[in-house]
Design a protein around this ligand. Sequence first.
Ligand SMILES: NC(=O)c1ccc[n+]([C@@H]2O[C@H](COP(=O)([O-])OP(=O)(O)OC[C@H]3O[C@@H](n4cnc5c(N)ncnc54)[C@H](OP(=O)(O)O)[C@@H]3O)[C@@H](O)[C@H]2O)c1
Length: 333
Amino acid sequence: MTMNKTVRLARRPHGEVQREDFAIAEEALSDPAEGQFRVRAEYVSLDPAMRGWMNEGKSYVPPVGIGEVMRGFVSGTVDASRHAKFKEGDTVSGLLGVQSHAITDGQGIAKADTSLAPLQTWVGGLGMPGLTAYCGLTYVGEPKEGETVVVSAASGAVGQVVGQIANIYGCRTVGIAGGPEKCAALTDEFGFDAAVDYKKEWLADDLKAACSDGIDVNFENVGGDILDSVLPLMNFRGRIAICGLISAYNATKPVPGPYNFRSILVNRLRVQGFIVFDFLDKYPEAYKQLGTWYKQGKLKFREDVRDGGLDAFPDVLKLLYSGGNFGKLILKV
Ligand SMILES: NC(=O)c1ccc[n+]([C@@H]2O[C@H](COP(=O)([O-])OP(=O)(O)OC[C@H]3O[C@@H](n4cnc5c(N)ncnc54)[C@H](OP(=O)(O)O)[C@@H]3O)[C@@H](O)[C@H]2O)c1
């Protein structure tokens, strides 16, 4: 008999996630009611934000409750339907939770066109990370042709797309990543103009050398020392799009603010945080644009797809916070 395998939050983590923070079990499979359909998950997206969703406290979405199915983006196939718009066999993606089968009324669920890209890409470059890169860079970073754009965690799901879109916009692109292999991929695979390895000793000097005309747009994914190295190099009226601060997600003590905060004042910078959900009205445009560029061969997506099924979820999730992934981290269900 087919069962629903679920990954539920068992307790709130302290610091790094542990296996014991989750309860993984097989449960009875439900059938969809009128107006609903059921999705058989094929790929689960592993996202840095998952760590924040597990914490108690005020955020941009409510925390996942203890005992609830872990929140997560999924792509899969409709295997039962009593919904007018979604039929059995349709491929879809959306926030369906970390489980093998999800029942939904279709709210926020998009059809995934597998003639354009494989199903896994619909939780990656053509899914939430791609939307984040497009909306954050275009509408928060507001880069102009000829400007210098810097992005951190540049080989990751969001960063690799930011760099490639900035190239399309005619900008000079500089990526920051950990280690020679990831840095080589930035220039050789994704077409960045320069790459800086933050794991080497002289991040500030190397970044300065790579950004000889200063920085106009910083797409910040990491925070901490990386943001501090970027700040003094920012140009007059530069923009900093705060997309993520992954260096602090597992912190158990308060983290210091940027030491080079003064640059915001003297350079009249605009520093703006954003969440991809702020741009719901831009999603149709973003999907269309990303799909077009992908079809034209202007965008490439590097995916890091892991086996092991839902049992492997806690261990695979950890990879994000140590740089163990190379590209969009996805778990095959
Ligand atoms: N605002 C939004 O709506 C939104 C949406 C999606 C994602 N995000 C944010 O965007 C950022 C990137 O997400 P992603 O999905 O694209 O993940 P990702 O870049 O694919 O994976 C995370 C990467 O972050 C880097 N990293 C981890 N810990 C680090 C540390 N202490 N110092 C420096 N680098 C570190 C690692 O790369 P290296 O090996 O290069 O260190 C790791 O591979 C995250 O901060 C995430 O929260 C925000």
